[in-house]
Design a binder for this molecule. Structure first.
Ligand SMILES: Cc1cc2nc3c(=O)[nH]c(=O)nc-3n(C[C@H](O)[C@H](O)[C@H](O)COP(=O)(O)O)c2cc1C
Length: 165
């Protein structure tokens, strides 16, 4: 459970490579997230090619850390609001599991928002060859941390309501 607090958005990375074995553990953690009706409406793209990472970094000022990243995962979904109306929640659960497993393995990550910013995701979808009828939920940049961030210790009493709102 430590990983929940240790996980921070890491945007600076060393050159050290993420092994295929660790990448598989990370993907597997994502695939064991809860999913509405257990439909698992997602596909995961692993990106290691530096040119592709640089192209993705160029799509938005908030994606620049991809220039330094060792790898990234794109979380996509067929996003059929009739068949899989909870696809966004499902993709969010996959994403958080990925971040936590990466933290467990000492790998830094940053969640980079995608959908519903359709202008930004159109560029990313083109770079990654994602079909038109799919949405890009988010990108996750990954690499061994080259920055230290303090452990999270948040608790907001005002956000908690007992029995009724
Ligand atoms: C839906 C979502 C979208 C995000 N998009 C970005 C992004 O595009 N670029 C970025 O640097 N960080 C992004 N973040 C990371 C947040 O800035 C970060 O989680 C927040 O500042 C809290 O910091 P922490 O993750 O270190 O606890 C995003 C986080 C979420 C949940």
């Amino acid at each position: 459970m430590e990983e929940i607090y240790k996980r921070r958005s890491i945007r600076k990375y060393t050159d050290k490579e993420i092994s295929d074995e660790d990448m598989k553990k990370i993907l597997k953690a994502g695939m064991n997230a809860p999913s509405a009706h257990n439909l698992k409406p997602y596909d995961l793209i692993v990106i290691k090619n530096k040119e592709t990472l640089a192209k993705l970094a160029d799509t938005c000022i908030y994606s620049k850390m991809l220039n330094e990243a060792n790898a990234a995962i794109a979380v996509c979904s067929k996003a059929d609001n009739k068949e899989t109306p909870h696809w966004q929640a499902d993709c969010g659960a996959v994403t958080e599991n990925i971040l936590l497993e990466a933290t467990h393995l000492g790998i830094g990550t940053c969640w980079i928002g995608g959908y519903p910013d359709l202008e930004k995701t159109a560029k990313e979808k083109e770079i990654l060859g994602i079909p038109d009828n799919y949405q890009l939920f988010c990108l996750i940049s990954m690499g061994y941390p080259a920055e230290e961030r303090k452990v999270n210790d948040n608790y907001y009493e005002e956000k908690v309501h007992y029995e009724k709102f």
